[in-house]
Design a protein around this ligand. Structure first.
Ligand code: F6R
Length: 613
C-alpha cells in the first residue's frame, strides 16, 4: 500500500519519478506527489486523486517561477490511512522551513506523542498525516549528515514504515529506511533508485537489491550504501530482474486486467516449466525439505487472503485427495488470533501474490514461532514473505498490475497442484504412474485455458445484460465452491455489485431467501461426480425465479434444460477444472465493470499490496 520511488542520477528526476509512480499506482491511488531537488531548491507538487491529477498540475506549472527541474527526486502514490485523501495530506510532506521532503508508506504508531512534542517545541503541523512528523524531526536533528539523522529517527519510531527523505543541503543524496514494509534498490550506471518494488525503476535498470528489516540506504549517483540503524555497513547481494518493461505495460489493451487475463496460459506454463524431470516426475529442490521431512508431515495449514485464499481452498481439495493429509485453509488475518494448533510436523503454506500482505506475513511469523515449517507460494522474488519463509515456490505469472488478481491466481492454482502432486509422489500416496498421468493432464491445461479465452465473446455479450444488476449469486460444489467465492469477489471489487458465493448444497439452508424473480445466479457446473446434485440445486433456484447462468462442460446436456444462459468450457479432469471455470468469471466481472464505466484496473478503495493489518 502506497507506492514510493526515489531517484538520483543524471536524468531529469521528474520524468523518472512520475514514470515510476505510474507503474506503482496499483499500490494506491488516493493522491500522488513529487519533490524535486534542483536549481530552484526543493520543490513539491502534490494532488488528491489519481496520478493524472498530479500530471495535470505538473503541466499547469510549466513556465512558473519555481519549476520542477533537477536530477534528484522522490515520489509517492497514496492509499490513505491517516487523514482523508486531500491535497494537503498528499505526500511528500515538508518541515517548517521547506528544506526536507519525506514520503512514507506505513503507519507510525506513536505519531501522536511525537506530534505533541514537536508542537510544544514550536513546529507547525500542516497535515493530518503521521508522516509529517518525520520531516519535522529531520529539521530538528539534521546536523549535516542526513543518513545519520534518519537512522536516529527510525530508532524513535514505532510501527511499520518505508521512508524516503531528501534534504535541500544534500543534492546528491536520497535516504531511505525500511521496517516491516517492502523497499528495493535499483542499481544503475551513474544513477540509482529506490522503490516499493522493482516496477518503480524497471524502465531504467534490471539490477536490484532487497533492503532488509531496519536498514537505511544512502542512494547517491555514484553508488549505494546500506547500513543498519547503528550505521554499520551491511553488504548484500544484488539480483537480476528477469522480466522487462513490456511485461508491465498494457500492450494495446484498454486495461491491464484484460491483458493479464489473456496471459494466463503462459502463467500456468511458466509455473509448471522446469519442475518436471525427464522421467515425467516432479523435482522440487526449492521446497528444501528432505523426503524424510515430507513423510513426517502430519497436517498442512494454508494461510492466505482474498483471492489467494481461494487458491488455497482448491489446494486443500488437491492435497487431501492426492496425499491423504488433513488440510486446513485459514484466512491469514484470523489465523494467529485464535491460538492455532500447529507445530513441528505441520507444513504451513503461505500463499501471496505480492509477498507483502501484512496479514499473511504476521500469520507466517506466528506459524514459525510455533516451529511449523513455512513454504511460501509467491509471485514476487525477494518479497518479505519469501525471505521470511523456510522455503519458496515461485509462481511465475510475471508482474500483475491490475489491482484485481487474475493471472497470479491462475499461477497459484497451478502451484497448488504441483505441490500437492509432489507431496503425493514423495509420500507414496499415489503411485508414480498416477503422478505422471496427473502431470500430463496439468501440462494440457494451458491449451485448454486458451480455448476458454477464445470463446469469451459469449461472456462479453452476457455482461451487457447484467450490467444493471444489484445482486448476483455464485454457486459451486467441490472445487467449484472456491471458484464461486472467487467469482463473487471479482464482481464485488470490480463492478461494486453485491455478489456472494456459496457451496451449492448450502443455499437451501438460508441464502435461497435472496432469490427473487430474475436474480442472476452463476452456477459453476463442470462435469464431475456431484453433477446430479448440482442439477437439483439449479432447479431449486430456478423454481424460485432465478436467472441461471451455467458454466458447463462441452457436450454435457444434463444441466442445459435448467440454464437460461450457458457458457461452455472444454472437458478436463474435475480436480483441474478451476483453471477453466475461473476465466469466464474474470471476463464477466471485467466486462460488467467496463460496461458500468468503471476503472477496471483501479477499483475504488482498494490497493494491490495490502501492507496494513
Ligand atoms: C482480489 C485480490 C486480493 C488479493 C489479496 C491477497 O482480486 O487481488 O483479494 O488476493 O489481497 O494478496 P496477496 O496474494 O498479494 O497476498
Amino acid at each position: 500500500m502506497c507506492g514510493i520511488v526515489g531517484y538520483v542520477g543524471d536524468k531529469q528526476a521528474l520524468e523518472v519519478v512520475v514514470d515510476g509512480l505510474r507503474r506503482l499506482e496499483y499500490r494506491g491511488y488516493d493522491s500522488a506527489g513529487v519533490s524535486i531537488l534542483g536549481p530552484d531548491g526543493l520543490q513539491v507538487e502534490r494532488k488528491a486523486g489519481k496520478l493524472a491529477n498530479l500530471e495535470k498540475a505538473i503541466t499547469d506549472r510549466q513556465g512558473a517561477e519555481h519549476d520542477l527541474r533537477g536530477t534528484l527526486g522522490i515520489g509517492h502514490t497514496r492509499w490513505a490511512t491517516h487523514g482523508p485523501p486531500t491535497d494537503g495530506n498528499a505526500h511528500p510532506h515538508v518541515d517548517c522551513a521547506g528544506d526536507v521532503a519525506v514520503v512514507h508508506n506505513g503507519t507510525i504508531e506513536n505519531f501522536e506523542v511525537l506530534v505533541r512534542d514537536l508542537e510544544d517545541r514550536g513546529h507547525q503541523r500542516r497535515s493530518d498525516t503521521d508522516t509529517e512528523v518525520v520531516a519535522h524531526l529531520v529539521e530538528e536533528r539534521y546536523d549535516g549528515d542526513l543518513a545519520a539523522t534518519v537512522r536516529s529517527i527510525c530508532k524513535d519510531l514505532e510501527g511499520s514504515f518505508v521512508l524516503v527523505v531528501s534534504h535541500k543541503s544534500e543534492p546528491d543524496l536520497v535516504v531511505a529506511a525500511r521496517r516491516n514494509l517492502p523497499l528495493v534498490i535499483g542499481l544503475g550506471d551513474g544513477e540509482n533508485f529506490v522503490g516499493s518494488d522493482v516496477t518503480a525503476f524497471i524502465a531504467h535498470t534490471r539490477q536490484a537489491r532487497a533492503v532488509e528489516q531496519d536498514q537505511v540506504v544512502e542512494v547517491r549517483r555514484a553508488g549505494v550504501t546500506v547500513t543498519d540503524l547503528d550505521g554499520a555497513v551491511v553488504e548484500g547481494e544484488s539480483y537480476h530482474v528477469d522480466w522487462d518493461t513490456a511485461a508491465a505495460e498494457k500492450g494495446g489493451y484498454e486495461f491491464f486486467m484484460l491483458k493479464e487475463i489473456e496471459e494466463q496460459p503462459a502463467a500456468i506454463r511458466e509455473t509448471l516449466g522446469g519442475r518436471m524431470q525427464e522421467d515425467g516426475l516432479l523435482h522440487l529442490d526449492e521446497l528444501s525439505m528432505s523426503d524424510e521431512d515430507i513423510r513426517d508431515i502430519e497436517q498442512v495449514v494454508i494461510i492466505a487472503c482474498g483471492s489467494s485464499y481461494h487458491s488455497g481452498l482448491v489446494g486443500k481439495y488437491a492435497i487431501e485427495r492426492w496425499c491423504r493429509l488433513p488440510v486446513q485453509v485459514e484466512m491469514a488475518s484470523e489465523f494467529r488470533y485464535r491460538d492455532p494448533v500447529v507445530g513441528r510436523s505441520t507444513l504451513v503454506i503461505a500463499i501471496s501474490q505480492s509477498g507483502e500482505t501484512a496479514d499473511t506475513l504476521e500469520a507466517l511469523r506466528h506459524a514459525r514461532s510455533q516451529k511449523a515449517r513455512v513454504l511460501a507460494v509467491t509471485n514476487t522474488v525477494g518479497s518479505t514473505v519469501s525471505r521470511e519463509s523456510d522455503a519458496v515456490f515461485y509462481t511465475r505469472g510475471g508482474p500483475e498490475v491490475a489491482v484485481a488478481s487474475t493471472k497470479a491466481v491462475m499461477a497459484q492454482l497451478a502451484a497448488m497442484y504441483v505441490v500437492g502432486l509432489y507431496l503425493a509422489q514423495v509420500r507414496g500416496t499415489r503411485d508414480t504412474d498416477e503422478v505422471r498421468a496427473h502431470l500430463r493432464d496439468l501440462l494440457d491445461m494451458p491449451d485448454l485455458v486458451q480455448e476458454v479465452l477464445d470463446r469469451m465473446d459469449v461472456v462479453r455479450e452476457l455482461a451487457l445484460t447484467l450490467k444493471d444488476e444489484e445482486r448476483v449469486l455464485f454457486l459451486g460444489r467441490h472445487v467449484g465452491y472456491p471458484m464461486a467465492l472467487e467469482g463473487a469477489l471479482k464482481l464485488k471489487e470490480l463492478a461494486y455489485i453485491g455478489a456472494e458465493g456459496f457451496p451449492a448444497g448450502e443455499i437451501k439452508h438460508g441464502p435461497i431467501a435472496l432469490i427473487e424473480q430474475g436474480t442472476p445466479v452463476v452456477v459453476i457446473a463442470p462435469r464431475h461426480a456431484l453433477q446430479a446434485k448440482l442439477v437439483n440445486n439449479v432447479q431449486e433456484v430456478r423454481a424460485r425465479g432465478a436467472r441461471t447462468i451455467v458454466i458447463a462442460t462441452d457436450g454435457d446436456e444434463s444441466i442445459t434444460p435448467y440454464a437460461d444462459d450457458i457458457i461452455r468450457i472444454p472437458d478436463a479432469k474435475s480436480l483441474l477444472t478451476p483453471l477453466l471455470t475461473l476465466v469466464p468469471m474474470q471476463v464477466l466481472s471485467a466486462e460488467i465493470a467496463r460496461a458500468r464505466g468503471l476503472d477496471v484496473d483501479q477499483p475504488r478503495n482498494l490497493a494491490k499490496s495490502v501492507t496494513v493489518e
